[in-house]
Write a protein that binds this ligand. Structure first.
Ligand code: SAH
Length: 421
């Protein structure tokens, strides 16, 4: 979602005749797009702001957008008085206001719903992977999560608006569509005639476009994997056989305290159903270790479920208490050293699962999306249907965006392969 927001901000400024630079000392406008999910990310923003204010040109406009802006609000100006603007994740389309009035200060952390989508100009050229947001915010209110506060309540974009974006992307260079949402499979839009549209309808619509070869979506909430969505994995070959479906913990007690009230058996049933629908489907997850009150036994159950599902790649985090969340106030907060120990143990299992899966790909032929040359220019980097990085030799200048690649070697981080002509 932040990559998407960043692309839109860049497009908005290039449309005003600006060029992008990564050199802070040369920039006329400096924007930090930020994430507030964990405290570490927020801390990094403020240390970066402190560094940038010393490096920037004195008259350069300088500000933060995104979830840290929403969380810090006016306090950000107090901490860093040089800041010119503080814009939340649903108000960054207001950026031109400060460019037109550089002597003012701009604070807007409103939750404007879908307003930004109507106001942002379309991007002239789509990247090969087009991120298309279909909903914003989240209603699940997991007790650890700041997202419902920073991005607000769940709201789905009109079906026809999303389809318009997909068609535009397909005409301007997109090969892959990635539908985005904090609770992407909760997408639900009712048109004026009362017809209900779900994520599966969007997938069907995108699949009709010849230019679009691959479709995926992220992030999913387990119990919103409705049958129409599961079934489409069996009927739509453009939908990649890969799904990020965060479980967070393998302990029923911890899940209850996280306010993720699904039975573990139900989660396992959903995975089994998906595998029956499409036998080559693979799952990834997010995990939180050291949630308040997590015992050694609870943690063992997380390891057990990871091994049971055989996640092929996962994101794992130490629980980080966040403002405005219920879990931050819970008793039995886990000490940092125990969190770190549990994370290291979980990561070693997850790495093993990832390496096993990567090695199981050797000898297979995978249809991959071209990303670009590597730093040396001697190799090409592709993305497999399972989002693994696959590196091939650059054999000639005739690089096609989609290639069939025979996998020849694998380690934990990536695959090597040979392009089949
Ligand atoms: N549903 C959102 C979740 C965003 S946060 C999405 O679509 O991406 C991504 C991951 O960060 C979550 O799945 C969770 O594993 C982790 N996370 C969220 N809040 C956290 C916290 N307070 N501490 C540690 N990890 C957290």
């Amino acid at each position: 979602m932040n990559v998407y927001d960043g692309q839109r901000i860049a497009a908005m400024l290039t449309a005003r005749g600006m060029n992008q630079t990564n050199d802070v000392s040369k920039a006329d406008v400096i924007i930090l797009n930020t994430c507030a999910v964990r405290a570490k990310a927020t801390d990094k923003v403020f240390s970066a702001l402190g560094r940038i204010r010393n490096e920037k040109k004195p008259d350069a406009l300088f500000g933060i957008v995104g979830c840290v802006a929403r969380e810090a609000g006016a306090d950000a100006f107090r901490r860093i008085p040089e800041l010119n603007f503080v814009l939340g994740p649903q108000s960054y389309h207001k950026l031109p206001e400060i460019l037109d009035n550089p002597d003012t200060k701009l604070l807007n952390i409103d939750l404007g719903g879908l307003e930004k989508f109507d106001e942002l100009p379309q991007m002239e050229k789509s990247p090969a992977v087009a991120y298309i947001p279909i909903q914003e915010g989240c209603n699940h209110c997991c007790t650890y999560c700041i997202v419902p506060y920073t991005r607000g309540r769940e709201i789905s974009r009109p079906f026809e608006d999303v389809v318009k974006d997909v068609i535009h992307a397909s005409k301007t260079g997109a090969i892959e569509i990635c539908f985005l949402g904090q609770n992407v499979n909760g997408y639900k839009y009712t048109d004026k005639a009362g017809k209900i549209y779900r994520l599966s309808d969007l997938i069907k619509e995108a699949a009709k476009l010849d230019a679009i070869k691959r479709i995926r979506f992220t992030s999913s909430y387990p119990t919103e994997m409705t049958d129409d969505l599961i079934d489409i994995f069996g009927t739509e070959p453009k939908l990649l056989p890969f799904l990020n479906m965060p479980i967070q913990s393998g302990s029923q007690n911890v899940l209850t305290r996280m306010n993720r009230p699904y039975a573990l058996d139900l989660y396992i049933d959903i995975v089994d159903k998906l595998k029956r629908t499409r036998s080559d489907i693979q799952i990834s997850s997010d995990f939180i270790v050291g949630f308040p009150g997590e015992t050694d036994e609870d943690f063992e159950k997380t390891i057990d479920i990871a091994k049971r599902i055989k996640y092929i790649n996962s994101y794992s985090f130490k629980y980080s208490p966040r403002p405005h969340t219920a879990a931050a106030l819970m008793p039995n907060q886990i000490p940092e050293n125990i969190k770190a120990k549990r994370l290291a143990i979980l990561d070693s299992y997850l790495n093993e699962l990832q390496r096993d899966f990567n090695q199981s790909c050797i000898g297979k032929i995978l249809t991959c999306l071209y990303e670009g040359p590597d730093k040396t220019g001697k190799h090409l980097v592709y993305r497999t249907p399972y989002m693994q990085q696959c590196i091939t030799d650059a054999i000639d200048d005739n690089v096609s965006s989609i290639a069939k690649i025979e996998i020849t070697a694998a380690n934990k981080a990536s695959l090597r392969g040979k392009i089949l002509k």
